[in-house]
Write a protein that binds this ligand. Structure first.
Ligand code: FAD
Length: 395
């Protein structure tokens, strides 16, 4: 491999002098990486934190539109239901009290609709809460491979450098918003080393659907989007590409996952089809007060003209109001999703330590794992809790 003595010397210096062996290497300075570094900060360990971009916590700063929905108020049972594969973390949901943790660390919280935010409504205050002063932080340090000596994991490759550690924790996030640094590069490295990654797809993602492009910018409150297995209720916002807003974003992962089934919109979920029929039969302009002007005009173009029959009114209600077909609806790509669904296969991970069952000194936290949740603080909950499990078991 080395064709002259200078190369040999450089390699020797790299492995034996410049790169000492750390107790722990944390890869990824995002939400879970920071939490882990903070929890291990005062444990008298030599810890290296490698972050690929020029700053830490980029995605955490973006959360909740800069307000950071730091956790949910839901308790263990609901957390398990609202997080995909949530059962995997059942024991940890019981063990860790995240609200208490943040309050004990002087981050005052406030609640809105079961969501907790910093009282200051500033995500930077969450970032600043973490104390990592005893951790060696190297920014602009992208890990490009893992180093194995025979079957034992011994370090990571970081561009020209190699770093060696007793234990290695991967906190590299998913594939969404790659400009934040979470670009999915670790998924490929893991696959190369036969660590299995379940199918990844977008979650918390707007829909692509052409019908409403002329209504871009118009929003409708309290709408239901559903298929035979799932539904989401809330506000929608028409965009030039399709439909956004909490209701659409909430159903996005199911659209991505079950794209062989048909999805529908119910524009008036609080009124039955029969009642709507009676109202509309008696007053053809009944819907005027139910929707914004532009949407009313748009939808009434399909209202049967000239003395419509009962049958045609029922057909209009069914097809245009209660079950508007979203045939062939798609989602924006994973890069534009808020969260990545899919990740490191949990079957290969010990859920009491979050280490790999075969490569016992390799640990995983956060969105890199095949865990994701709804909007509402569940994804950061995954990041915090997984870091806590590791902090309690890695030493
Ligand atoms: C716009 C937006 C808003 C959101 N709002 C909320 C919210 O309010 N509440 C909520 O619960 N969730 C929210 N989320 C989701 C939440 O931010 C993520 O689920 C969470 O940050 C994941 O934490 P993580 O530590 O797994 O990954 P990240 O926070 O993404 O951190 C991963 C880090 O690893 C680094 N990295 C990646 N690959 C490498 C490599 N090869 N070498 C070295 N470093 C690497 C990245 O640069 C990054 O810094 C939001 C997401 C987005 C995009």
């Amino acid at each position: 491999m080395f064709d002259n003595s200078f190369d040999k010397l450089e390699a020797y210096l790299n492995t034996n002098i410049t790169n000492k062996k750390y107790d722990i290497i944390i890869v990824g300075g995002g939400s879970s990486g920071l939490m882990l570094a903070h929890l291990l900060n005062n444990k008298n360990l030599s810890i290296l934190l490698l972050e690929s971009t020029k700053r830490i916590a980029t995605k955490l700063l973006m959360t909740g539109n800069g307000r950071c929905n730091v956790i949910s108020s839901y308790k263990e049972k609901e957390l398990e239901e609202k997080i995909y594969n949530g059962r995997f973390l059942r024991g940890a949901f019981l063990k860790y009290d995240l609200k208490k943790f943040f309050e004990n660390n002087n981050l005052a919280l406030k609640e809105e609709n079961m969501r907790l935010y910093p009282k200051s409504e500033k995500s930077i205050d969450v970032v600043n809460m973490f104390n990592i002063e005893n951790i060696v932080l190297k920014k602009n340090s992208k890990v490009t491979d893992l180093i194995f000596d025979k079957l034992k994991l011994i370090g990571v490759v970081c561009g020209e450098n190699k770093y060696y550690g007793e234990k290695i924790v991967l906190c590299t996030g998913g594939k969404s918003f790659p400009k934040s640094g979470s670009d999915g590069s670790m998924h490929n490295i893991l696959k190369k080393h036969n660590i299995s990654i379940t199918k990844t797809y977008p979650s918390e993602v707007p829909l692509v659907f052409p019908d409403f492009s002329s209504l871009s910018g118009v929003s409708i409150q309290n709408v239901k989007i559903f298929n035979k297995n799932h539904y989401s209720i809330g506000d929608i916002l028409f965009t030039h590409k399709g439909i956004s807003g909490p209701c659409a974003i909430g159903i996005g992962e199911f659209v991505a996952r079950e794209n062989n089934t048909e999805f529908f919109i119910d524009f008036l979920p609080d009124i039955t089809e029969e009642k709507l029929f009676l109202n509309l039969f008696n007053n053809h302009k009944y819907l005027q007060n139910s929707f914004p002007k532009s949407f009313y005009k748009f939808i009434m173009e399909d209202f049967p003209k000239n003395n419509p029959s009962k049958k045609n009114i029922r057909k209009f209600i069914s097809e245009k109001i209660k079950r508007y077909s979203l045939k062939n609806v798609k989602t924006l790509p994973i890069e534009k999703a808020f969260v990545t669904a899919g990740g490191v296969n949990l079957k290969e991970i010990n859920n009491t330590t979050l280490s790999h069952k075969k490569i016992k000194n390799l640990y995983f936290a956060g969105e890199l794992l095949d865990l994701h949740g709804e909007i509402g603080g569940f994804n950061l909950t995954i990041a915090w809790i997984s870091a806590m499990i590791i902090a309690d078991n890695i030493i």
